[in-house]
Design a protein around this ligand. Structure first.
Ligand code: CMP
Length: 482
């Protein structure tokens, strides 16, 4: 920005200087013409003096006219046009204005200086040259007039995404000049499509100020429930970055294929120019959502009959989960057998970076242990998300709503790909009944975390000891413990 304004300032200074120099030269020439003739008479005949002075006048007046047209162009298009229309004037219109205005001024100046030359006759006799030039410039003129018609039509503007030409160039329109449309493709290349080609071909326009939609395809196996798939995919896609909140994404079946249900997701973008990234994010979200909810992507299938060998060892995944749970501090009082039971009662979920695992204010009836990855606990402060803590492997969250029955106190968002183990109400109730100490250690953690929430919100820190005792009573009441 600073660069642009200093550039403008420089150009303004150069413009003023150039105008002053030319105006001064003209003033001197007009006022001291007799002395100049006198001076030149030593070398030149009077006719030669006259034509030299006329040429000098023509050049100086033309330069002045040129500077004047530029100034008028800036005033008209940079200020008046932009203020009245609200967008930048197209380069083509500006160029045409400058060319016409300058040609008229030049002819007027020429006519004033060379009064004896009949311009009308000059044009008639040069008609033949006009034809020659016209033929030579056929393509250029074609582009020029196609450019004018594109501007008159205004089918698209700078900043819109368009697809044009036989090679189907897609990209963001950077400029439209008298010869071609300049597009920046998504590989950051420049594609120039000449105006005459663009005028003949179909152009697909995705305007910048329009809610443009995209379609993403995926397939699931026939045993998966369509209603569940619709709900799960829609919810995972709707809060992805750059997906418009104004229209809820649509998830619908587009075909019942040979070996799969074929789906399409239709979603609308805030900024269409970023559709590649957003498409990828939507596909990623879909993958995680399907996986978390036990839904399966389909691929061409064949039925194979395999002979199954008897397993000699129990599944190692369960051991791994039990190990993970044993490292959670509040579960320290549990025996190995209790940990194994708890491990079988947990359900694993994987979340993509940026996905919300828990939303503040929601109802909650389970808690989570971070198995792999990291999450951030956030509260909303004056409309903005404020991080409160980062939890990693072996940490748990979601216990506050589970143990108190109150709404979720904070939102929890995945910082990287994160796998969590969900523990439900029933499994915890069973543990509380067999381990009276557990409720106490959990109430301590909750009291501490509550203190963390209020402390960072710059409020008075409550007394953790008293709070924990109060919590213990309400946890026992909530779970029906004595
Ligand atoms: P819950 O209220 O069920 O949902 C949001 C969770 O964020 C909450 O349970 C806690 O597990 C966690 N949480 C809230 N405050 C903090 C904190 N100060 N430090 C760590 N975790 C917290």
């Amino acid at each position: 920005m600073a660069d642009k304004s200093s550039n403008q300032k420089n150009r303004f200074v150069v413009f003023i200087l150039a105008t002053a120099v030319v105006a001064l030269a003209l003033y001197l020439l007009l006022n001291f013409e007799p002395s100049l003739r006198n001076y030149l008479s030593a070398w030149l005949t009077s006719a030669a003096q006259g034509s030299l002075i006329n040429i000098a006048k023509l050049v100086l007046w033309s330069v002045l006219a040129f500077l004047g047209v530029r100034a008028l162009n800036t005033v008209l298009f940079d200020f008046v046009f932009r203020i009245r229309r609200g967008y930048e004037a197209p380069a083509l219109v500006r160029n045409i204005f400058s060319m016409v205005a300058f040609t008229i001024l030049f002819l007027l100046i020429f006519n004033r200086i060379y009064t004896e030359v009949n311009l009308g006759a000059l044009f008639t006799t040069s008609a033949i040259f006009g034809v020659i030039i016209g033929l030579a410039l056929q393509d250029t003129l074609g582009n020029f007039f196609a450019g004018i018609s594109l501007h008159a039509d205004r089918p698209f503007q700078v900043g819109d995404v368009i697809t044009v030409g036989q090679q189907k160039h897609t990209g963001v329109v950077e400029s439209i000049n008298w010869r071609a449309i300049k597009i920046r493709t998504f590989q950051n290349h420049i594609a120039l499509v000449s105006n005459s080609i663009a005028a003949k071909e179909a152009i697909e326009v995705c305007p910048r100020d329009n809610l443009n939609a995209r379609l993403i395809y995926f397939s699931t196996i026939y045993t998966d429930s369509p209603a569940k798939t619709i709900h799960v995919v829609r919810e995972s896609v709707r809060d992805a970055d750059n997906v418009s909140e104004k229209i809820t994404p649509i998830v619908r079946i587009r075909n019942l294929g040979d070996s799969s249900i074929e789906w399409e997701i239709k979603y609308w973008l805030e900024d269409y120019a970023k559709y590649n990234d957003t498409d990828a994010l939507v596909r990623q979200r879909t993958w995680y959502a399907l996986r978390r909810n036990g839904l399966t992507f389909a691929f061409p299938t064949r039925t194979l009959h395999l002979e199954r060998k008897v397993a000699t060892r129990p599944s190692t995944a369960e051991d791994e989960i039990a190990d993970r749970l044993s490292a959670v501090d509040v579960f320290a009082p549990l025996s190995a057998e209790e940990l194994r039971q708890l491990a079988t009662a947990t359900v694993g979920h994987v979340f993509a970076p940026g996905e919300t695992l828990i939303r503040a204010g929601d109802e909650g009836s389970s808690m989570f242990v971070v198995h792999n990855g990291r999450v951030q606990v956030q509260v909303t402060d004056r409309g903005k998300a404020r991080p409160v803590a980062v939890l990693s492997e072996g940490n748990f969250f979601g216990e506050m709503a589970l143990f108190t029955g109150e709404p979720r106190t904070a939102s929890v968002v995945a910082l990287e790909e994160t796998e969590v183990l969900e523990i439900g109400h029933a499994a915890m109730k069973h543990l509380f009944e067999t381990n009276p100490n557990l409720a106490e250690s959990v109430s301590w953690t909750i009291a501490e975390r509550r203190a963390g929430l209020t402390a960072s919100a710059e409020q008075a820190v409550p007394d953790s000891l008293a709070e924990s005792a109060g919590l213990l009573v309400s946890i026992k009441r909530f779970f029906g413990l004595r």
